[in-house]
Design a protein. Structure first.
Length: 609
């Protein structure tokens, strides 16, 4: 995997030049250069780099592709889209979405009261707001307030109780009534991990019988004129286009029937989210089987075909695909702290004047190793290692001999794998897989990659440099949480190979890509590790600008967020130190300064990395 699958998952956003990962945009800066400049200010721990230009790219690509499909088949409706805030609510991201979406009247979708307030504050009045999820009377009232403010807002009914609440609020207040949408509980379901979002057992939506009851209630209460949209969603990250086609036919026919029943102001179909992105680094792991062009062509053509047969005007098309818009914009950068399992260097050897015969043979193997004998000598070294372990257990060699054996075998393995890299065999691949290295990363998987822990979702991973050198070490990644689940294990089906490095002499950084969707908002503070430091990178023709650097929360802030009084904690620590009988008054002053310094640093490890 010399390019770490860039051609599969990167969508031309990143390239490899001069042995480094670079942005494929304008001045093409390297991620390593950007990372080192940020870290020169003293930041340590993991770092999220945001690239707003990638958000603009995705928004413009989505709109232009649908507009092309509409033009090709002479579709009479228009295309609209909203960004679902549940995908990522962080300020820098939301501001970038709103800014880069203005030219397209790109709106926001809310699924809770807090998200609705955010949408009302951030969405321009000419852009749409859709409100999904379960709602109480207060949330519905907020929707009326948004409409009164001039927002183009649609409240999507998830159940008949919500419609009754809308009717109740409309009778009790004189505010403008927002547009009303109805979510359909389709028979059709999606594909992949989130397929349960659709189908007859789905959590949200109205059945056919409930839909007829809703139309009756709207007519009876003179609100049918506000019924503007039907909505469906069959699941996030759809792997296959076929389930969507089935859902479109079902929803399209329901829409046409509703129009014929008198819903003359109904004019939009919201097809929800689900537009997938690619996370795979290997061809055999690809999950998405369609292109954006195929997606848009199918949506536009099928809806047009159904409406033409039913002699119904073409509806406007809405989408809520958030993962497609923002996943690629964020990269998690984390330093490697340690090669945890077998990070032995030749300088660790302490060879005796008289060594056991097997140690002498290992010394000779190491000296005479070359490309021709690499595999043979590798086998010999492993055999010798087993024999030496047995001799140690029997008491025939001492601890220094055992240490020398471990170092020599490790060095021989490293050299042999590099020398044999151009002559890969099944045997060598199996041998590599059995000789895994554990790379300790300064990050929390629970905080920054929760979908890996919860759903076994892989994210494209690669080193930021050394990409002109053979990476032959099968890699397992260990995070710094006190939890054995904090590991991305090596998989022979989707292997990750990294470089053999000496961390005493150089830094080694890994990048995790396509992490801009869901990972930040779902991240948990396991072991009280907070959200990583972050910044936005504006790339120019001549270089780049680092903007909005936000360091990870300090130790005191993390504790405060749990409900503790940080001032009280600080006072208790100071008092305990002042009462200590184990240090002098002079030492107390110095210790107090260090304590306060540590308390106001973030929770990640502060080594040279």
């Amino acid at each position: 995997m010399t390019d770490y699958g860039l051609k599969i998952w990167a969508d031309d956003n990143f390239i490899i030049e001069e042995a480094q990962v670079k942005l494929n945009y304008l001045s093409k800066p390297s991620l390593l250069t950007i990372t080192k400049e940020i870290r020169s200010s003293g930041l340590r721990g993991p770092l999220i780099l945001r690239f707003p230009h990638l958000i603009y790219k995705q928004i413009s690509t989505l709109y232009s592709t649908f507009e092309r499909s509409i033009k090709e088949v002479s579709y009479k409706g228009s295309f609209h889209a909203v960004f679902p805030l549940k995908v990522n609510q962080y300020p820098e991201l939301v501001d970038a979405v709103v800014k880069h979406g203005q030219a397209y009247q790109y709106g926001l979708e809310a699924g809770s009261k807090a998200e609705l307030i955010l949408a009302m504050a951030k969405t321009p009045t000419y852009a749409p707001i859709t409100v999904n999820g379960f709602k109480d009377t207060e949330m519905i009232h907020l929707g009326f307030i948004a409409a009164q403010m001039g927002h183009n807002i649609t409240l999507t009914i998830e159940g008949l109780a919500e419609l009754k609440s809308i009717i109740e609020v409309s009778k009790k207040c004189s505010l403008k009534v927002p547009s009303i949408g109805i979510r359909l509980r389709l028979h059709s379901s999606g594909s992949g991990v989130w397929a349960k979002s659709g189908g007859t057992d789905a959590k949200f939506g109205l059945s056919a019988t409930e839909l007829l009851e809703a139309i009756h209630l709207l007519k009876t209460n003179k609100l049918l004129k506000y019924f503007h949209m039907v909505h469906f969603h069959i699941g996030s990250q759809m792997e296959d286009i076929t389930p969507l086609k089935r859902a479109l036919r079902e929803a399209g026919n329901i829409y046409a029937e509703l129009k014929k029943m008198g819903a003359k102001d109904l004019h939009a179909i919201n097809i929800g989210g689900g537009l997938a992105i690619e996370y795979a680094q290997h061809n055999d792991d690809r999950l998405r089987t369609y292109t954006l062009e195929e997606f848009s062509n199918d949506v536009v053509f099928l809806l047009g075909e159904i409406m033409d047969k039913k002699k119904v005007a073409h509806p406007d098309i809405f989408t809520e695909s958030g993962r497609f818009i923002v996943a690629s914009h964020a990269v998690l950068i984390t330093p490697v702290l340690e090669l945890f399992s077998q990070d032995h260097q030749e300088k660790s050897l302490h060879i005796k004047e008289n060594n056991p015969p097997l140690i002498s043979e290992l010394i000779d193997l190491n000296k005479t190793l070359n490309a021709k004998n690499a595999i043979e000598y590798l086998h010999d070294a492993l055999d010798h290692m087993e024999s030496l372990f047995t001799l140690f257990d029997l008491g025939y060699i001492d601890l220094q001999d055992r240490s020398n054996a471990e170092v020599l075998v490790h060095v021989i393995i490293k050299k042999a794998l590099v020398l044999a890299n151009n002559h890969q065999t099944i045997e060598l691949q199996k041998l590599q897989a059995s000789l895994q290295e554990r790379y300790l990363i300064n990050a929390s998987i629970f905080q920054s990659l929760p979908d890996y822990w919860g759903l076994n979702q892989n994210f494209p991973t690669m080193p930021l440099d050394k990409l002109d050198q053979a990476a032959v070490r099968p890699a397992s990644l260990w995070d710094i949480t006190c939890d054995s689940d904090g590991e991305i294990g090596f998989s022979s089906k989707s292997p990750l190979y990294l470089h053999d490095i000496n961390l005493e002499e150089e830094d080694y950084f890994l990048g995790f890509f396509n992490v801009g969707a869901y990972q930040e908002t779902l991240g948990m503070s396991h072991n009280l590790f907070a959200h990583p430091s972050e910044c936005s990178i504006e790339i120019t023709k001549d270089g780049y600008e680092i903007k909005n650097i936000n360091e990870s929360s300090s130790l005191l802030k993390i504790i405060s967020n749990l409900g503790y009084d940080e001032n009280q904690i600080l006072i208790q620590l100071k008092n305990s130190l002042a009462r200590s009988k184990f240090i002098t008054e002079e030492e107390k002053s110095d210790t107090l300064q260090k304590l306060e310094l540590y308390l106001y640093q973030n929770s990640y490890l502060r080594t040279t990395n």
